[in-house]
Ligand binder design. Structure first.
Ligand SMILES: Cc1ncc(COP(=O)(O)O)c(C=O)c1O
Length: 396
């Protein structure tokens, strides 16, 4: 047998729905030798990480920690800790991740009440109000802030009022918004919130930041049954991240180093500046796409800065264009999911991937590839339109 080949994945420009580019600083942090998960030095890193996550989430919640596992682990942690069999949960579904929340709610043995909107559009608060009214005692309302599958962002404050008015909690998915556009857990009255490391925090996938507020903790304390999942049981995990330092599972040390460094980068840049950078690059990309005849598919005035869902013109072969971008330019962009398969491309501008250079690169690559695939483009038009946005909006 020939020897197993060495690990040599190609260098890619990551402009898909995640993971995003990881900073060399974070990669260096991942090569730092390990300490034990109860070493005093690691405990200090844990405390700093909690503080940095509180900053990123804009919350004072004490229970603000990274769950071991990807964003779906954070999603599951929020739902399994708050729901018990027989509870009623209202879940908003307008894309893949609302659908996933609904699946978990049913696996918790809770009664699922769905509120739906077409993919690419946001959820109407009036529909949520009606769904909450249909419940006897809604335990929670769950909603995705930034739907990565459609590129639409959902206003949260109105949802918070509705959930609390009905006596329930508000659970929010901020996997594709945390670190890329405003997320204000305390100001918006979010009770439980989760995110992922591989999107706008620009860390590899592997941890899921989670924050639980006072009302959610109250629910956790008064559960009648044990949390269904041993691994994600916050009543035990909080004893490791809190003063007791009781071992629960071996923390993934290297991933925690990575998150620590990634959050330090966020702190150094500042949240407002980081949000402004994401907005500016989105505006430039959108202008450039329009100039080459491509439009954003998600609802106007709800278009995410971090994930641009682009309508594929009729007759254009989705896979051929993405294949050419990958082979000739080493650029990864995403395809559409579910009903949007073959109809949209997803261009992520998240964290370290949200740069002027990447916007100009992907536009010029599209200008080269599209004519060959049947979509006429005047060479340079997209790049020029993006340049105009940059000239009109100098960096803050
Ligand atoms: C909005 C949203 N929620 C949840 C997830 C699940 O995260 P993961 O794939 O890291 O488990 C994703 C992943 O893309 C996402 O975009």
């Amino acid at each position: 047998m020939p020897p197993t080949p060495p690990l040599e994945p190609p260098a890619r420009v990551l402009l898909g729905p995640g993971p995003s580019t990881v900073s060399p600083r974070v990669l260096r942090a991942m090569s730092i030798p390990l300490v034990g998960h109860l070493d005093p030095a690691f405990l200090r890193i844990m405390d700093e990480t909690k503080r940095l996550l509180q900053f990123a989430f804009q919350t004072r919640n004490e229970l603000t920690i990274p769950i071991s596992g990807t964003g779906s682990a954070g999603m599951e942690a929020c739902l399994v800790n708050l729901l018990e069999p027989g509870d009623e949960a209202v879940v908003c579904i307008n894309g893949v991740f609302g659908t996933r929340m609904a699946d978990i709610v049913e696996r918790c043995g809770a009664t699922l009440v769905k509120v739906e909107a077409p993919w690419g559009r946001v959820i109407d608060p009036a529909d949520v109000a009606a769904a909450l009214k249909r419940c006897q005692r809604p335990k929670l309302l769950a909603i995705v802030h930034a739907e990565t599958s459609t590129g639409a962002w959902q206003p949260i404050e109105e949802m918070s009022k509705l959930a609390h008015g009905a006596g329930g909690l508000l659970v929010v998915d901020t996997v594709t918004s945390l670190g890329g556009c405003p997320v204000r857990v305390d100001d918006w009255g979010i009770d439980a919130c989760y995110s992922g490391t591989q999107k706008c925090l620009s860390c590899p996938p592997g941890l899921s930041p989670v924050t639980f507020g006072a009302r959610a903790i109250e629910v956790l304390r008064h559960r009648k049954s044990k949390v269904q999942s041993w691994y994600l049981d916050l009543t035990m995990i909080e004893k490791y991240w809190g003063a007791e330092r009781v071992y629960h599972h071996t923390a993934p040390i290297t991933m925690n180093y990575a998150l620590y460094e990634a959050l330090r980068i966020v702190e150094e840049e500042g949240l407002e500046a980081r949000w402004a950078r994401h907005e500016r690059n989105h505006q430039a990309l959108k202008a450039g796409l329009a100039a080459i005849g491509l439009t954003i598919a998600s609802q106007e005035s709800h278009q995410l800065w971090t994930l641009n869902s682009v309508r594929i013109p009729d007759g254009i072969d989705d896979a051929r264009v993405r294949g050419a971008l990958l082979e000739e330019f080493s650029i990864e962009i995403g395809g559409g999911l579910g009903p949007l398969k073959g109809k949209t491309w997803r261009i992520g501008l998240m964290g370290e991937s949200s740069t002027v250079a990447n916007v100009l690169l992907v536009l010029s690559a599209l200008e080269r590839v599209l004519p060959r695939c049947g979509h006429a483009v005047s060479a340079g038009a997209g790049v020029a339109a993006a340049q105009r946005v940059y000239a009109e909006q100098p960096p803050p």
